[in-house]
Design a binder for this molecule. Structure first.
Ligand SMILES: C[S@@+](CC[C@H](N)C(=O)[O-])C[C@H]1O[C@@H](n2cnc3c(N)ncnc32)[C@H](O)[C@@H]1O
Length: 297
């Protein structure tokens, strides 16, 4: 589901170097009052380009961050409104598609927001996790939308979702299915646990698996980490399956289960090899005492 760009343990994440002196470093605030200093198209070549990164590695583009935040916020607002409209005013099972888009928008926004709040030095454009997951991730979500649309257009009333909500049933009709409730619960619990885990691990959390012990990286075994040894993966796994139950997708539910299980199984194996090399017996004992919460891992 994800490409090596995000999953590779070989490449430790590099935080932007704030002390680096380069022509791309932002000028002092008072210089910005001079129209030639930065935001004018006629700025000198030494002035930072407001549309590209003001940081040396190009990843912490403030323009890129604000653009993504605005697009995700817009997508969340529009799709959540559509889901509400299609489930109440004009009831159709297809409310599930905009609901899924709203969940995805919220997920990616929270990835960045929690990083910015609790692990600020890694709050780069890539912290949105929008592009680093690769084509397979986008294909998975695209397939989920297609399955839901195709199932409801060609086999209305025949799918797991369609049996629950026909076009004449209101959103909170009498026949809310266990699958739908289960999907909502998984999605909600998954999102909350993923977000809380990132906040609790704070600077010890990194979207890229670290292969070298960084200064200040300590073993987190309190909070959620006391009960689950990979709570953010636990959250992501169950959130992903929850989305497919809410969509009523049987094919993608099986596909997501297999792909997510394989992904987290191999990622956890690799991550734990590094964690044992960082923390030795302390991690071995922690691993023995603390479950993952994903079946078979
Ligand atoms: C994407 S984060 C995932 C953290 C954890 N696996 C989870 O699911 O919550 C990956 C980084 O977290 C670090 N990490 C994982 N478990 C940790 C722990 N218990 N304490 C400190 N760092 C941890 C790893 O070294 C890796 O660089």
């Amino acid at each position: 589901m994800f490409s090596n760009a995000t999953t590779s343990g070989a490449e430790p994440n590099k935080a932007p170097n704030f002390t680096h002196t380069s022509k791309y470093i932002s000028p002092p605030i008072h210089d910005r009052t001079n129209s030639n200093a930065s935001f004018s198209s006629s700025a000198s070549t030494d002035a930072p380009d407001p549309y590209t990164s003001i940081y040396p590695d190009g990843k912490m583009s403030l323009a890129g961050i604000s653009l993504r935040a605005m697009l995700l916020g817009t997508s969340l607002g529009v799709s959540a409104s559509m889901a509400l409209f299609l489930s109440t005013v004009y009831p159709t099972p297809l409310w599930r598609v905009p609901f899924f888009v709203a969940s995805l928008s919220l997920f990616h926004f929270l990835e960045f927001y929690v990083t910015a709040k609790y692990n600020t030095r890694y709050a780069t454009v890539s912290a949105f996790l929008l592009s680093s997951n690769g084509w397979a991730y986008n294909l998975a979500h695209g397939s989920a939308i297609v399955e839901c649309l195709v199932a409801h257009i060609f086999w209305p009333g025949q799918t797991a979702a369609g049996r629950t909500f026909t076009v004449t049933e209101p959103f909170f009709g009498s026949s809310i299915s266990l699958l739908l409730v289960g999907g909502f619960v998984l999605l909600l619990i998954g999102q909350v646990i993923r977000t809380l885990a990132m906040a609790q691990a704070a600077s010890n959390f990194n979207h890229h698996v670290q292969s070298q012990h960084q200064e200040g990286h300590v073993l987190v075994n309190t909070g959620l980490y006391r009960y689950l040894r990979h709570p953010s993966y636990f959250g992501f796994f169950w959130w992903g399956l929850g989305t497919q139950l809410v969509l009523g997708n049987m094919v993608c539910f099986v596909g997501y289960s297999l792909v997510l299980w394989r992904f987290f199984s191999s990622r956890i194996r690799r991550e734990e090899t590094y964690l044992i090399s960082f923390f030795g017996d302390e991690y071995v004992q922690y691993r023995k005492a603390t479950p993952v919460g994903i079946p078979g891992i």
